[in-house]
Write a protein that binds this ligand. Structure first.
Ligand SMILES: Cc1cc2nc3c(=O)[nH]c(=O)nc-3n(C[C@H](O)[C@H](O)[C@H](O)COP(=O)(O)OP(=O)(O)OC[C@H]3O[C@@H](n4cnc5c(N)ncnc54)[C@H](O)[C@@H]3O)c2cc1C
Length: 327
């Protein structure tokens, strides 16, 4: 079995390392960070996540960290509110915890962890370095994201609050904490002089939702956020996975599951020296519909008709049509 190089120890890279090790390849896992850190993310694990994590042999370890069960989804836009129940197996788990547990599992199973990028081109390589897509939107239109954890009464719902120029998700994570993660156009953030508390307080439904909660730490932010579809092809011997391959809108809550799915496929393909085209075809089957449908919903939700459309799009559709395919 060829030695597999994996660049990036986020969810996609760790999944690739675990899959390649299971297939019998030695693995070198390149990481940029020495310690776990918080990342800008809604930290929502979709119902397919546990199945992929089980296939990678890591679900038990993640479940032991006490992810918060999420049973309902609520969408708010102005005075409109829509709700649906979610299938079993939806959880909230912080990236601080998730990323560390996944990369630890890969190391315990024999991956050699290196705190640097590879100095030369080695093949096969899984490239799982996350989002690096440039936004072509005018500066004020570019989307930036921000996140913090909050103390206070926890709920079992994931809530999406839409407002002019953005939206924010509110959902529980482990240890009774609540994740608040927003995405907004830069122009809108500038109107509030980068004061994310003030930006959220200007939205009545969020002001009410966050009133009993207290922020645990300073906001962290990232961007620009730019959804990108699958590429037409890949260079020979380089298996792009996770966000480095394609990036769906965060509101789908499918990014982490897609990262595990494509990471696992990439690790298996690299270990078997499979042609990149057949790897890409497998990714297209697994996550192609998520990318297509989420692009459609995004256009609808940011249009001037968003208020009407939120009334017409049942949240259960939004959820069902943006699920990746496992296996
Ligand atoms: C605002 C926002 C909210 C989101 N909310 C959700 C959600 O609720 N649920 C969900 O499922 N998805 C969500 N997503 C998507 C999810 O965060 C991503 O899909 C997921 O992180 C992809 O994992 P990854 O491993 O591909 O990339 P990343 O998580 O970005 O990991 C890449 C890793 O590679 C490392 N790296 C980069 N370059 C190098 C290098 N040269 N050498 C070594 N290491 C390197 C980085 O340090 C990092 O650790 C959200 C995304 C955003 C932006």
């Amino acid at each position: 079995m060829p030695e597999v190089t994996v660049i990036g120890d986020g969810p996609a890279g760790s999944a690739a390392a675990l899959a390649a090790l299971d297939a019998g390849s030695p693995v070198t896992l390149h990481s940029r960070s020495i310690r776990p850190r918080h990342r800008v993310c809604g930290e929502f694990l979709s119902p397919e996540f546990a199945r992929v994590a089980e296939a990678l042999g890591v679900w038990e370890r993640l479940a032991a960290a006490g992810p918060a069960p999420i049973r309902r989804m609520r969408m708010r836009l102005g005075s409109r509110e829509l709700q649906c129940s979610l299938p079993p197996g939806v959880y909230g788990l912080s990236r601080f915890c998730l990323d560390a547990l996944l990369s630890q599992a890969a190391v315990e199973r024999g991956a050699r962890l290196v705190h640097s990028s590879p100095v030369r081109n080695s093949f096969p390589t899984v490239v799982a370095t996350g989002r690096k897509h440039a936004s072509r939107a005018p500066k004020a239109e570019r989307l930036f994201a921000f996140k913090a954890h909050f103390y206070g009464p926890a709920d079992d719902a994931v809530e999406l609050h839409f407002f002019p120029g953005g939206y924010a998700g509110v959902s529980p994570v482990e240890n009774g904490l609540t994740n608040v993660c927003g995405i907004a156009r830069l122009g809108r953030i500038q109107e509030f002089a980068f004061d994310f508390d003030a930006l959220l307080a200007a939205v009545p439904s969020l002001r009410e939702r966050l009133a009993p909660l207290a922020r645990c730490w300073e906001w962290i932010s990232a961007g620009p956020i730019c959804p990108v579809g699958l590429p037409a092809g890949l260079p020979v011997g380089r298996y792009l996975a996770g966000d480095a391959l394609a990036f769906a809108d965060p509101f789908t809550g499918s990014g982490l599951t897609s990262a595990l799915i494509t990471g696992r496929l990439a690790g298996l393909a690299a270990a078997a020296a499979e042609p990149v085209d057949s790897y890409l075809a497998a990714c297209r089957r697994a996550i192609g519909p998520v990318l297509r449908n989420s692009a459609w919903f995004r256009r609808a939700l940011v249009s001037e008709w968003a208020g009407v459309l939120v009334g017409l799009i049942p949240p259960s559709w939004l959820f069902r049509l943006t699920r990746p395919r496992v296996g």
